[in-house]
Design a protein around this ligand. Structure first.
Ligand code: GTP
Ligand code: MG
Ligand code: ZN
Length: 384
């Protein structure tokens, strides 16, 4: 549970964000203000260093939950409508309001100032409060506290891929492009870390002999993960997939070209998401989906389709915690000789012994070693 407390938050403003001069009428309505200057009013203090360190105190509730520091601003809710962020295009967000209307929204500058450590301020799946700036345009005034947040590290910053999801569909393809178990392992560690239920989905089963996949699939099944072997092309197990996503908030990730959008197109008829052929030369997808997008399902629930990820660098991971996120390693870690064993170079390590004796899969152990070392080369990213 996230802790909530009312507290004041100090925010730094950049020099070029100075407010326009006050006109003396301090009681004038909020709604008459230019949205661009709204964030620069009230409670400003100048320090001895002048404009450069202008700081402002904001009133609101901070939530030190798994989503990091969220600030729940006190705003005039009577002026606002609730909405869901469907997708984000640069500085504009497409928001679906409670009455079903969709409209483009800008983000209030204060929200951007409060989350400089994030790559994007507002993300697909966010629940927001929107103030209408005109018939066609709104301003996102507040982001409601998030749960089920899927994040990765992108150039040292946090990149939230999707918010408010309760299930993660990890998609790989049996061929074209070839299955990448190490990437699945990384996604699984992140799912354990963020408390999102993971389902592994292997697509394009029509291209291979399914028997070839049995060792891998049974390994994950023994760890308690559900594995679906499907084909968007032949329709194999699509009804199972449909039942799995029904009524839930799901995010779908995987390499480019594995068929994420194709699967959604068959789960939900007439969706018409764009799909792209995989390159013949290098078996790579062409990054057809370019931004995360919430896809509502007519039977209930929704799925967030996302752009392809080639690698995945974990966010906010402590190396010593990694072993605990490996369901298969976890039972051994308390039997090592040294209580602070890292299961890498130590003698009398129960994890390494289990690998040597064949109880633990060598490939999984290699995944662990890479993630423990925070191997950036291994985690190189492609979604930019
Ligand atoms: N043989 C076969 N091909 C498939 C299957 N599913 C998808 N494809 C093909 O794989 C290619 C990539 O599909 P997409 O749905 O665009 O893949 P994606 O994962 O959404 O890719 P990005 O949006 O780039 O991340 C397309 O040419 C699809 O027709 C399948 O089950 N079997
Ligand atoms: Mg796609
Ligand atoms: Zn050990």
């Amino acid at each position: 549970m996230a802790r909530k407390k009312k507290r004041q938050v100090r925010v730094e403003f950049r020099k070029n964000r100075t407010p326009r001069a006050r006109d003396g009428n301090l009681t004038r309505g909020y709604e008459n203000e230019d949205p661009a200057t709204l964030d620069a009013r009230q409670d400003e203090r100048l320090s001895g260093k002048g404009d450069l360190t202008r700081k402002r105190t904001v009133r609101g509730v901070t939530t030190d939950g798994d989503a990091g520091l969220d600030v729940h601003l006190d705003i005039d809710e009577s002026n606002c409508q609730r909405g869901l962020v469907v997708s984000v295009f640069g500085l504009t967000c497409l928001v679906r309001l409670a009455d079903g209307r969709q409209l483009n929204c800008a983000v209030r500058r204060l929200l951007k100032t409060l989350s400089t450590d994030q790559r994007h301020v507002v993300v697909a799946g966010d629940l927001v409060l929107v103030r209408m700036a005109s018939e066609q345009e709104g301003i996102i005034e507040r982001i409601e506290p998030r749960h089920g947040v899927l994040s990765r590290t992108s150039r040292g910053r946090r990149h939230i891929i999707a918010a408010n999801v309760d299930q993660w569909l990890i998609v790989s393809s049996a061929a074209e492009p070839e299955i990448k178990p190490h990437l699945i392992d990384r996604f699984l560690v992140c799912a354990e870390q963020s408390g999102i239920d993971a389902v592994i989905c292997i697509n394009k089963i029509d291209l291979v002999d399914p028997a070839k996949l049995i060792p891998l699939v049974s390994g994950y099944s023994q760890m308690g993960y559900e594995v679906l072997m499907v084909s968007a092309r032949s329709g194999l197990n699509i009804d199972r997939l449909r039942r799995r996503v029904f009524g839930r908030q799901t995010v779908i990730t995987g390499q480019s070209g594995v068929g994420k959008s194709s699967l959604l197109n068959v789960v939900e008829q007439e969706l018409g998401l764009r799909v792209g052929a995989v390159s013949r030369e290098n078996q790579k997808g062409r990054h057809t989906t370019t931004t995360a997008q919430v896809v509502p399902l007519s039977a209930g629930g929704s799925v967030i389709d996302t752009p392809g990820l080639r690698q995945f660098q974990l966010w906010d991971i402590v190396p010593r915690e990694v072993a605990g996120y490996f369901r298969d390693l976890r039972p051994y870690v308390n039997n090592c000789r040294f209580p602070d064993c890292t299961h890498t170079h130590e003698q009398q390590c129960a994890v390494k012994d289990a690998v040597a004796d064949g109880w633990l899969d060598m490939r999984r152990y290699e995944s662990y070693q890479h993630m423990f070392a925070g191997d950036d080369e291994f985690a190189r990213e492609a979604w930019e």
